[in-house]
Ligand binder design. Structure first.
Ligand code: RAM
Length: 913
């Protein structure tokens, strides 16, 4: 056992000595969004970041002002919080007057800190409320007429209106059953893609708000809406006999609300005026791609006054029975454009472009070829062993875009309502290919990147890149399993396994808040949570137990408890817990109801999905873990999370009830699955990992479990865990003093391991440990995605151990956190940062000439416990005495030094032996 991961003789410390610095208040957010539009929360939350180069800065007071004008005149003030004594600078609840609909609110905050008597004031920021209430949707839903209802062609709707008086604001509110793109007067509105995104469509659809004031003209105006199936209809059209769609026809609803200078406010569009035409998009499907005839393009279609031939009157669609909700999350946008790397002619003569990166989005291109030329673009993630374009793993998803060119050399050809998962593009219809004409556009939800980690090990850096690219490609409004084959669904198990890593990489707070609301809607009344959210009957309706097969499965349904709790830890927003609490409780209720003698009985589970298994397993080397054991382990874990949530929310009665339940189910776990001598009935890595991670064993059995886990890893010589065990494997090792084993697993390059795919040229995380076998062949063609983030869950361990950043459960949202880097000898340097709600936390260390340089950056209004292991044979010394005054507290024992640091940037240097 290598307990001390770095050895030092002396600690030299240097630091920047800075005089009291100016404090600035930045990054103003309302409900974690920058100046959001259409926010219907009646009590939104305000967050700000305090920036200062001074040390140990803590907010002592704040004062928030909210008004309807930018100068905060008395009459327009709707809230003055008063000077509040508090160190809270994130999720401060609005407690002012009732907010009106379709209104812009300005806000600013004054902050006092322990370092100065004078306050610092932020700049003014704003947000706009939306329709606030479903009653404010006065229009009807609009659709094509009956004869066009089943046409694959994409309709372009238009509506003309006049603006004659002077206006002071114009906001468009719009959503659809299907996906839409809206235009006004010849221009596209906003830049979001595949709006309104995907929710539990039968229950809830989000609408979007756009400020269109600058787009309007005095006199004649025209609004246009293009409407396609998206996820709503024909999403799974290749899988007949499955009830997968939400409705038979697509439709949209819109309100354009104009406020005039004279005080009038009106919804301006006459819904009887809608008409439509078909345009260049002949068909569009998320899985199959788009077919476009650019000769049918009418660039004037949304210009006012332009006469469209053969236009038809639109029809009123049926009322929507669900709830039209406001948008809480960042919409999908174009995020990166990648150039082509290489043109490949495959052995069978296909022309294939390699973009060098497996990504999600589409290819845009230009071409000087004549009008009428048909160009077909096919998308694939990999080439096969022979170097041929490989699409078998896409199953029935065609991923094909077809364009009939219009001969216009400036024309950029790109699809609108589809996306593909690909690295390689096969082109048909162009003989001479200039790769400069082709660009790959990566699209994903517009979340901010928050985490960054680089090391001296190139393969680990590539792994980190792969994890982040996997997240990009699978975070398109919904956290999907994969983005390419005919699946692309919000698998709950994958999402919970990856959540913590996702939360380090990007600000996924709103993305998951939105998804959790859909989880709640899709949760069955008996508490069972589906395998995919939004639920769309992907799996057959019934399993052997007469329960819907897709519901209530261990490790998947537990997303209901795991994600809200982990979101609370990363972001510190109690409201997420409050909102999800009932859903959490219902899921525990389902397990309790389906228990006999406190053992969760449901039989159908996916278990430790895609664990290490051998083909011809005569000697039984496959690492099977009893699904019943896993089910009981998660039952305990989820119940514990519910108890923690009840504690935070101060639900005393529940705390008592569930603590009692917990004791019973924990005992049942031990009685049923732990043998007299401490072995688990499945002697597998995942068994021990779950039992240890969820803290299910007695102290004595813990020790036995750790040893058995190590033995097991040694026996195999590698990891054997699947989707449920993998996220915790290295954590369990590290938390039990087995860092060296964790590092050994991390750095292993042979199959199965995290780096094996990297050595095979992977640029994303694979679904299987052996997506491409050592001989270059593929196994299981029907389920072999090369962009499946679940195993990427190792990312969180890398942040927590290589960078050393750990959450402190008692101070959620990184108000106070722990820094405990590994200083592992296999690395020469590590550079990591994470942008928390309070600001950027950075940890970097490097090893040079026997010395370790460590830099730590702690944002204002937070503090950090820094734990530095010591060699057993000597203590280190703080050489720069000035630093002592910056250390809030210090404790030392034989093994470690514990420092509590306030905000600031600290440079340490240690002499390593
Ligand atoms: C597969 C999905 C997903 C997994 C389920 C059980 O089809 O791709 O990753 O969660 O099965």
């Amino acid at each position: 056992m290598r307990r001390f991961l770095f050895t030092t003789l002396t600690l030299l410390i240097c630091f920047f000595s800075v005089n009291a610095q100016k404090t600035t208040i930045t990054n103003l957010e309302v409900d974690k969004l920058i100046s959001p539009l259409g926010l219907d929360n009646k009590n939104p939350d305000f967050s700000w970041i305090i920036k200062s180069e001074d040390y140990d800065v803590v907010q002592t007071h704040y004062q928030i002002f909210v008004a309807t004008d930018e100068i905060f005149s008395k009459n327009s003030l709707v809230w003055d919080s008063g000077k509040v004594s508090s160190d809270e600078s994130v999720y401060v609840n609005y407690l002012g007057k009732e907010l009106a609909y379709d209104t812009q609110y300005f806000w600013t905050v004054k902050v006092w800190t322990n370092k100065s008597k004078r306050s610092s004031q932020s700049k003014v920021s704003s947000w706009k409320t939306g329709l606030m209430d479903n009653q404010n949707w006065k229009s009807n839903w609009i659709t094509v007429n009956n004869e066009d209802m089943t046409s694959p062609k994409i309709p372009y709707f238009i509506n003309d209106f006049r603006v004659d008086s002077k206006i002071i604001s114009a906001n468009l509110y719009i959503t659809s059953r299907g996906v839409y793109e809206a235009h006004i007067n010849g221009k596209r509105i906003g830049d979001a893609i595949l709006t309104p995104g995907w929710t539990s469509y039968s229950n809830r659809i989000q609408y979007q708000a756009y400020d269109v004031m600058e787009m309007l003209l005095t006199g004649e105006n025209r609004i246009g809406v293009i409407l396609a199936d998206g996820w709503y209809r024909n999403f799974r059209q290749n899988r007949k006999n499955r009830i997968v769609d939400y409705g038979e026809r697509t439709s949209f609803i819109s309100e354009l609300i104009i406020s005039y200078e004279d005080g009038r406010k009106e919804s301006i569009i006459d819904e009887k005026n809608w008409s439509y035409n078909f345009g260049p998009i002949l068909s569009s499907s998320i899985y199959n791609g788009e077919s476009v005839d650019m000769n049918l393009k009418n660039s004037k279609w949304s210009f006012p006054g332009h006469k469209n031939k053969n236009s038809k009157k639109a029809k009123t669609a049926s009322r929507y029975k669900g709830f039209i909700d406001y948008t809480r999350n960042e919409m999908i946008k174009k995020r990166e454009v990648l150039s082509a790397k290489e043109l490949i002619i495959t052995p069978s003569g296909d022309k294939v472009i390699d973009f060098g990166q497996n990504l999600v989005g589409w290819v845009k291109f230009k071409s000087a070829l004549p009008k009428g030329t048909e160009v077909k673009l096919y998308h694939a993630e990999v080439l096969d062993k022979k170097g041929e374009f490989y699409t078998t793993n896409l199953r029935k998803a065609e991923q094909k875009n077809t364009f009939i060119l219009n001969g216009d050399e400036d024309q950029i050809y790109e699809p609108v309502f589809t996306f593909q998962g690909f690295r390689y593009l096969k082109i048909e219809g162009i003989d001479k290919i200039n790769i400069k004409d082709f660009k790959a556009v990566a699209i994903y939800s517009d979340m901010e990147f928050t985490g960054q980690l680089t090391t001296s090990n190139k393969l680990i850096n590539q792994l980190q890149q792969n994890i982040q690219w996997g997240q990009r490609g699978n975070f398109l409004d919904v956290p999907t399993d994969c983005p390419q084959r005919d699946e692309r669904l919000g698998w709950t198990g994958d999402a919970q396994a990856f959540f913590n890593t996702a939360g380090f990489n990007m600000d996924v707070k709103n993305f998951f808040d939105k998804w959790l609301i859909d989880l709640t809607y899709d949760q069955r009344s008996d508490g069972a949570v589906p395998g995919v959210v939004p639920h769309n009957n992907y799996l057959g309706p019934n399993d052997s137990e007469g329960l819907e097969g897709n519901f209530g499965r261990t490790g998947w349904a537990d997303a209901a408890t795991i994600i809200p709790w982990n979101s609370f830890l990363i972001y510190g927003d109690k409201e997420t817990l409050e909102r999800q609490y009932l859903s959490m409780k219902k899921w525990i209720g389902f397990m309790t109801k389906n228990s006999i003698n406190n053992l969760f009985q449901k039989r159908d589970h996916w278990g430790d999905w895609l664990f290490f298994s051998r083909d011809d397993d005569n000697s039984g080397v496959s690492a099977v873990t009893s699904k019943k054991l896993i089910a009981q382990a998660f039952y305990c874990y989820s119940t514990k999370l519910l108890i923690k949530a009840a504690k935070v929310l101060d639900y005393k009665d529940d705390l008592k009830v569930y603590s009692e339940l917990y004791q019973k189910i924990l005992k049942a776990f031990n009685d049923e699955f732990v043998t007299k001598n401490g072995m688990l009935i499945s002697d597998s890595q995942t068994s021990y990992v779950l039992a240890l991670q969820f803290d299910l064993l007695s102290k004595k059995n813990r020790e036995i479990a750790v040893e058995r886990l190590i033995d097991n890893i040694n026996d195999y010589g590698h990891l054997t865990t699947g989707f449920l065990g993998t996220p915790f494997l290295c954590h369990v090792l590290s938390d039990n003093g087995k860092h060296a084993k964790a590092i050994e697993l991390l750095l292993r390059k042979e199959y199965p391991s995290w780096l094996y795919p990297v050595t095979k040229g992977a640029t994303t995380i694979w679904e299987r440990w052996n997506g491409i076998k050592p001989d270059g062949s593929f196994q299981y063609p029907s389920m072999n995605s090369f962009n499946h983030y679940a195993y990427g869950a190792i990312g969180e361990w890398m942040y927590a151990n290589l960078m050393g950043l750990k959450i402190n459960e008692n101070y959620p949202g990184f108000k106070r956190f722990t820094i405990k880097p590994l200083f592992d000898k296999n690395f020469v340097n590590i550079d990591g940062s994470f942008k928390s709600s309070y600001g950027k936390i950075a940890v970097a260390w490097s090893r040079k000439n026997g010395k370790l340089q460590l830099t730590i950056e702690i944002p204002a209004n937070t503090s950090s416990d820094v734990i530095l292991n010591k060699p057993s044979d000597g203590s280190w010394k703080l050489e720069n005495p000035k630093l002592i005054s910056k250390i809030l507290s210090k404790e030392e024992n034989k093994q470690k030094t514990l420092l509590l640091l306030g905000s600031g940037k600290y440079n340490f240097s240690f002499v390593a032996n």
